[in-house]
Design a binder for this molecule. Structure first.
Ligand code: 9MG
Length: 272
C-alpha cells in the first residue's frame, strides 16, 4: 500500500458506515448481526463507497465503552467475511482490535480519540504502514455533551489536530498516510458544529486531507427545528456533505452511500 492518502482517496470519496453495535442512534442497530453488517458493507461498496468503516463500539453521546473481547466478537467475523473483497477501515480506539483488523486487511484505522486512549495504538498503526484518521473529541462519549464550551471552536480544534498530527508523526506514522477530522457532534453544540463546517477551510489548511462525518447527526435534526432530535434526515445529511466538500473535505463518512455518491458527483462536476 504505497499510495498517499490523497492518492488513495481522491476528493470527494465516500466512506460507508457499518456499526456492528446494538445501540447506535444513527442506524438503530440494523447491522448488529454479522450477516447484516456484511451485506450492508457489500451493498455500500457496490454503490460507490471507496471504503467501509466497521465499528464495534458505539460512540454516541452518553455511551459507555465495551471490552476488547466484546468489540472483537462483534467485528472479527465481519472483517473475515469482507477480507479481500470490500476495502475496510476499523473504527476503534483499541490497539488489540486494530491489530486484528489490520491482519484481516483493514486499510485505515479510524480512532475517534486521536491516539489518546490506548498508548499502544500509535505503534500498531506505525508498524502497519496503513492509513490513520485522527479526530477531535472534547472529553469522552460518556460526558462529551455536558456543557461543551470553547473560546473559538475552529482554532481550538485546529490546534488540537495539529498537535495530534505532530505526535503521530513523531511516533513513526508517515504524515502522508494521515487524515484529520473535526469530529462533528463530539463535544460540541449545534452552533459549534455548524461553525466548524462553515470554516472547514481552516482545518483543511493544516495540509492534510479532511474527513467529515455529519451524516444523520443530531445537529441536522435540531437545526430543522426539533430541539430533542437524536438524528437528522437524509436531505439534511446530503446538504451538509456537499457544503463540507465545497469547503475542502476529502472523505465523507456516510450511512446512505448511493445518495451521497450521487450528490457529491454532481457537486464535483460543478466545482470543476
Ligand atoms: C466513529 N465515528 C462516528 N462519527 C464519526 C465522525 O464524525 N468521524 C469519524 N472519523 N469517526 C466517527
Amino acid at each position: 500500500m504505497s499510495l498517499s492518502i490523497e492518492e488513495r482517496f481522491p476528493r470527494p470519496s465516500v466512506m460507508g458506515v457499518v456499526n456492528v453495535t446494538p445501540d447506535s442512534f444513527s442506524d438503530g442497530g440494523v447491522n448488529y448481526a454479522a450477516a447484516d453488517a456484511v451485506a450492508s458493507a457489500r451493498r455500500m461498496y457496490a454503490e460507490g463507497a471507496a471504503i467501509v468503516d466497521i465499528g464495534g463500539e458505539s460512540t454516541r453521546p452518553g455511551s459507555n465503552g465495551v471490552s476488547v473481547v466484546e468489540e472483537l466478537r462483534r467485528v472479527e467475523p465481519v472483517l473475515e467475511a469482507l477480507e479481500g473483497e470490500v476495502p475496510v477501515s476499523i473504527d476503534t480506539a483499541k490497539a488489540q482490535v486494530a491489530r486484528r483488523a489490520l491482519e484481516l486487511g483493514a486499510e485505515l484505522v479510524n480512532d475517534v480519540t486521536a491516539l489518546r486512549s490506548d498508548p499502544e495504538l500509535v505503534h500498531v498503526v506505525a508498524e502497519s504502514g496503513r492509513y490513520l484518521c485522527l479526530m477531535h473529541m472534547r472529553g469522552e462519549p460518556r460526558t462529551m455533551q455536558v456543557d461543551p464550551t470553547y473560546d473559538d471552536v475552529v482554532s481550538e480544534v485546529a490546534r488540537f489536530l495539529e498537535e495530534r498530527l505532530r505526535f503521530a508523526v513523531a511516533e513513526g506514522v508517515a504524515e502522508e498516510r494521515i487524515c484529520l477530522d473535526p469530529g462533528i457532534g463530539f463535544g460540541k453544540t449545534v452552533e459549534h458544529n455548524f461553525e466548524l463546517l462553515s470554516r472547514l477551510e481552516v482545518i483543511a489548511s493544516l495540509g492534510r486531507p479532511v474527513l467529515v462525518g455529519v451524516s444523520r447527526k443530531s445537529s441536522l435534526g435540531r437545526i430543522l427545528g426539533d430541539r430533542d432530535a437524536t438524528t437528522g434526515p437524509l436531505s439534511a445529511s446530503l446538504a451538509a456533505a456537499v457544503a463540507a466538500y465545497e469547503r475542502g473535505a476529502t472523505i465523507l463518512r456516510v450511512h446512505d452511500v448511493k445518495e451521497h455518491v450521487e450528490a457529491l458527483t454532481v457537486a464535483a462536476a460543478v466545482a470543476r
